[in-house]
Each structure stands twice: as structure tokens, then as C-alpha cells.
Design a protein around this ligand. Structure first.
Ligand code: ADP
Ligand code: MG
Length: 561
């Protein structure tokens, strides 16, 4: 007896619907997309019970004539593409012709629409995919779509519905995505009869950022605007100060489509280099535009992922754009970020050994226009001095780390490594893990001025070290360095590996919290920090200096309000 049967159209529709309509928020997304594709300049969204009782979307777009109203909820019906070739150049948000059909098969749907050429609108009511009523209605040009009792006929799906709050959050997120993606379009959202937001059209993106992002993020955004013959990138990225451990506030719109894209997010993060702590992500709202032919939007039924044909060129373009924009910004931490700051420096071994051997004052001179007054040292941890703008606080360890990091970097880049010969060479014994790490990093260590070679079974001979480390306990430094490098995740990228090694060396060679500096050393430290290329943070992304402007002091002392 054969066991295989052909599924009924009804079951096929219901199973397929799950791919597009995962939850109420997906319905909202699809309906908004359709309104945008129809050229609407005003869209009103209403929902009840996180969208599970009712969702309606009203727009003033082109509308549909009668035939289209009766066709649009049928399987695989679309007005947006017609040939296979069209798939290579998709200009609209929709194109798969599935959304309305999916929604229709798992809800009670009402469609009213009037095309500009028709004197009246057409109406269709569909329940679980079956048409139950058609007719005409008086209405302005545009479309009204109402979805009631989502999943009423798919009990299995209902089990996956999360709490009302989670579902509402997701519906809100989807709506916000399009509000940010298309600031030219007026968009309102009502939930349980309450107006959540009502955004007028054509007021620009910055007004919407104020509405949807926290003030501590909008305060720290800087603009980015750049294009070449291929790509165009505009929008805003936050300074490191507003970075968080979650990537929640990262919005990317590719040709007007909200997408999640790990490549772009990681290129942006990497462009910040040592300005960010390893787990921090900078918020951004970015509009990336490129020819429709070079981005594939057809990789998932929900259309919220894309694949770029020229990943490499795109990465370079974004990397350069972000780096260039960062260069123009003052990234100094101000006092509102003192909250939660903790000193993570721990080991004082290297300080004790290196204190007198390290020449702090060697970074390449940069134009210096700031006159510093006397520099005070507070609790052997921080330096305090006055600048033209107010008060400057410096973390002595972080600052010195930054200075040394740039010195190491200079030496590394120019390969004019200043090495010191060890006479006699130091013979060190390494365990298997250490040997493994050494093999991975040997090239970089050589570039830095180390000369390490195998000397016996587990024995290695160190005959040269970077100048800054001469006369130190070579065995201890090398072992510490290898175990630190072994602990961290080893980046595959050779550039990242060298940055990791350099920041380790900088950290270990830097003066530590708790050490006394002479007045002359303090002033030199401040000056040298200002001469570095990135004086804002240590190489691990923690603040090196914090500025308190006179204006803020005046506020605290209530001289001004
Ligand atoms: P797709 O958007 O992929 O084409 P949908 O199922 O979402 O598929 O919509 C089917 C068709 O219905 C669309 O191609 C469009 O012609 C029409 N349509 C849907 N919503 C609207 C709307 N709000 N205004 C005008 N036409 C619409
Ligand atoms: Mg659609």
C-alpha cells in the first residue's frame, strides 16, 4: 500500500505561511512594505493585543483596481516582478508574491483598495484563504488592509506566541525599522487605541532619531556621508562613549530595506580599532545604497537578510568611510561617562621592573597648541591639569599604555625595530601550549624585535628583545606574553594578531596605577598623550582622558543653569 499522498492546497498554504508569517510583527512588516512599495506618503498602523486580535494598515499609495484586489491574496501573485531576469535587479521591498497569500490563509482578512482611476474602491473578505465577501466601497485612493484573529486556524502556531510584551516589542521594533528607513514617509502607530507615535512626513532622519534612540546615544552621534561611483553611505554612528555590549541600536538600511548584516557591523566595529572595548558595539543608523544588481535580497522568505556581491570592495569602502569620519571627531570622554568606570589594571610586576628602564617620551611629535599648567597627581592614579576648555583628568596607566602602544606600532610598521641584543642570550623552557602560541605569533614577535629560536626539546633561545624590554626578566615577559595570548581568542587575521600583541606589550610596559610620578614626568606624560594619534583611549578601548568643560563646572556650582 503506498503511503505517499499529495497535500491539499489548504495544508500547503498553511505550512508555507509559517515561513513568512512567523508572528503578528511579521504581518505588520509585510503590510508596511506593501504600502511603501505602493508609493504611500502616509501610513497608519493600528494593532490590538500585540497584533493578535487585529492589525490594520491604511495607506495613501497607488491603490489597486478591482481585479487586483481579488487577485492579491492568491498564491504567488505580485505586480513587482514578472521575468526571471527581474530577480537580478529587485527595486521594491516585496517581490515574492507570498505575503498576502500567507496572511490570508492563517487569519480573517479584509482588503479595501481604490486605484486613482476607479470611481470607487473594491472590497474582499477572506477567511482562512476562502473568499467570503466581495463588493465595492466608497474610499479615497489608497489601500486599507485589516487582519483579524491571526493563527485562529493554526493551533500549533499559537503555541509559539511569546508573552504579550515580547510580541508587542517585536511589532514595535518592526514598525520603528521602517520609520527610520523612510523618514520621508509619515507613519503612525496605535496600539490598543493608544497613539504610540505619529510621525509627520519629510522632517528628516534626525527628528526620528530623537524619537527612537535614547538621549545618551543621540548626544553622541556623528554624521557620516560619503560615496564613490558604486556605493553611498549616509547616516549616523555613535562615538565610542555610547557603545554598549548589545548590538540592539544598530540599524542598517540597504537600498531602503532594513536588514541584519554581520559583515557591515563587524567592519564598522573594526574601523574603530582600539577606541572600543572588545565587547562594545557602537550604535548606528546607516543608509547604504548601491546598484540593485549587486545585492541579492532573495536569500530568505522574510527578506531581512541580504548578500553583497562585492563584499571585499564594500568592506573597504565602509572601513575607510568610518575611519575618515572618526578622524574629524573629538572623541574625548566627558564626565557623564564616569558612571560604572572601574580600573581593571592589575599586575604591577612589569611596572616595578620597567619603571626606570622605559623611556616614556619618544612618540613622534604632533602639532601642539595646548599649554598645560601644573599637573597634579591624585592618589598616584590620576593626573589633573587645566586646559583652555576646562579641567583635564588623565588615567596615568591608560595614558602611558596608549603612548607605548603607538611607539610599538611605529616600530612595527616601519620595521625599524630597535632591538637590544642579549648577552648572553636567555634560554627559556616552554610548555606545549606556550610553544603552540609562540609558533602562531613568531612572525609578529620577530617584526617587533624579538629573536627567538628553538634550542632543544622545549628550550628556546632569546637573543634579541625590543629595545624597551632590554635588561628585563626576559623569561618572565615572554612566558607571560605567551600565556596571555593563549588565553585570549587568537584572531585569524595577522593584523589583529599584531595589534593584540602590541597592546599586551604596551600594557605590560606601562606605568601602573599606584606609582608616583615626578612633576616633570607628569607633564611629559600629558604632553606625550596629546601627541598620540588616538589620545582618547588606551589600546583596550578604556578612556585615557576625561575632560570637564568649564561650562559643566559652572553648572555644578550653579553659576549658570
Ligand atoms: P509582493 O509584495 O511580494 O508582491 P504581496 O503578497 O505582499 O506580494 O502583495 C501582492 C500584491 O498585492 C503586490 O504585488 C501589490 O501589487 C498588491 N498590493 C499589496 N498591498 C498593496 C498596497 N498597500 N497598495 C497597493 N498594492 C498592494
Ligand atoms: Mg509584499
Amino acid at each position: 500500500m503506498p503511503k505517499i499522498i499529495t497535500l491539499s492546497a489548504d495544508i500547503i498554504a498553511k505550512t508555507a505561511a509559517g515561513e513568512v508569517v512567523e508572528r503578528a510583527a511579521s504581518v505588520v512588516k509585510e503590510l508596511i512594505e506593501n504600502s511603501i512599495d505602493a508609493g504611500a506618503s502616509d501610513i497608519q498602523v493600528e494593532a490590538e493585543a500585540s497584533g493578535y486580535n487585529k492589525i490594520s494598515v491604511t495607506d495613501n499609495g497607488t491603490g489597486m483596481d478591482k481585479e487586483d484586489v481579488f487577485a492579491c491574496f492568491k498564491p504567488h501573485t505580485t505586480s513587482k516582478i514578472s521575468t526571471e531576469n527581474d530577480l537580478t535587479c529587485i527595486k521594491t521591498l516585496g517581490f515574492r508574491g507570498e505575503a498576502l497569500n500567507s496572511i490570508a490563509s492563517v487569519s480573517k482578512l479584509i482588503i479595501k483598495s481604490r486605484h486613482a482611476n476607479s470611481p470607487v474602491g473594491a472590497l474582499a473578505e477572506v477567511e482562512g484563504g476562502k473568499v467570503i465577501k466581495t463588493g465595492t466601497v466608497g474610499m479615497p485612493t489608497g489601500t486599507y488592509i485589516e487582519v483579524r484573529d491571526l493563527f485562529y486556524n493554526v493551533p500549533a502556531r499559537k503555541k509559539f506566541i511569546k508573552t504579550a510584551l515580547t510580541e508587542y516589542r517585536s511589532l514595535l521594533d518592526n514598525t520603528i525599522n521602517y520609520a527610520l528607513a523612510h523618514p520621508d514617509i509619515g507613519l503612525s502607530l496605535k496600539h490598543n487605541r493608544k497613539i504610540i507615535f505619529d510621525l509627520p512626513k519629510n522632517r528628516g532622519i534626525s527628528e526620528r532619531l530623537q524619537v527612537f534612540l535614547d538621549a545618551n546615544i543621540t548626544d553622541k552621534l556623528f554624521p557620516i556621508k560619503t560615496e564613490d561611483s558604486y556605493f553611498k553611505l549616509t547616516g549616523y554612528i555613535s562615538k565610542p562613549q555610547a557603545a554598549t555590549e548589545s548590538s540592539r541600536n544598530q540599524y542598517l538600511f540597504v537600498n531602503g530595506r532594513p536588514v541584519k548584516n554581520l559583515l557591515v557591523a563587524s567592519v564598522i566595529k573594526n574601523a574603530f580599532g582600539t577606541l572600543l572595548e572588545p565587547r562594545a558595539h557602537p550604535p548606528f543608523v546607516l543608509f547604504l545604497n548601491m546598484p540593485f544588481e549587486v545585492v541579492d535580497v532573495n536569500i530568505h522568505p522574510r527578506k531581512n537578510e541580504v548578500a553583497f556581491f562585492n563584499e571585499h570592495e564594500l568592506s573597504q569602502f565602509i572601513d575607510q568611510a568610518v575611519k575618515a569620519a572618526l578622524k574629524h571627531e573629538d572623541l574625548t570622554y566627558t564626565t557623564d561617562f564616569l558612571d560604572g568606570y572601574t580600573d581593571k589594571s592589575s599586575d604591577t610586576y612589569m611596572f616595578r621592573v620597567l619603571k626606570d628602564g622605559v623611556n616614556i617620551w619618544e612618540a613622534a611629535p604632533k602639532e601642539q597648541n595646548e599649554e598645560f599648567g601644573e599637573v597634579l597627581q591624585i592618589h598616584n592614579l590620576y593626573l589633573v591639569t587645566q586646559t583652555k576648555r576646562g579641567l583635564l583628568l588623565i588615567d596615568q596607566h591608560a595614558a602611558h599604555e596608549r603612548i607605548l602602544y603607538e611607539q610599538f606600532m611605529e616600530a612595527f610598521k616601519e620595521k625599524n625595530k630597535e632591538s637590544a641584543f642579549l648577552d648572553p642570550p636567555s634560554i627559556i623552557n616552554l610548555n606545549l601550549t606556550e610553544i603552540g602560541v609562540l609558533n602562531q605569533y613568531i612572525e609578529i614577535l620577530t617584526e617587533l624585535g624579538f629573536d627567538i629560536e628553538r634550542f632543544g626539546d622545549n628550550a628556546y633561545k632569546v637573543s634579541c628583545v625590543p629595545y624597551l624590554l632590554k635588561e628585563q626578566n626576559v623569561e618572565r615577559i615572554v612566558k607571560e606574553m605567551l600565556s596571555e595570548l593563549a588565553e585570549g581568542k587568537s584572531p585569524r587575521d595577522i593584523n589583529k594578531k599584531s595589534l593584540q600583541t602590541l597592546s599586551f606589550l604596551a600594557c605590560r610596559s606601562a606605568i601602573k596605577a599606584g606609582d608616583f610620578l615626578t612633576p616633570e614626568e607628569r607633564l611629559n606624560l600629558v604632553k606625550k598623550l596629546m601627541e598620540t594619534k588616538t589620545e582618547y583611549t588606551c589600546p583596550h578601548g578604556r578612556p585615557a582622558k576625561i575632560e570637564v568643560p568649564l561650562r559643566d563646572l559652572a553648572r555644578v556650582f550653579k553659576r549658570i543653569r
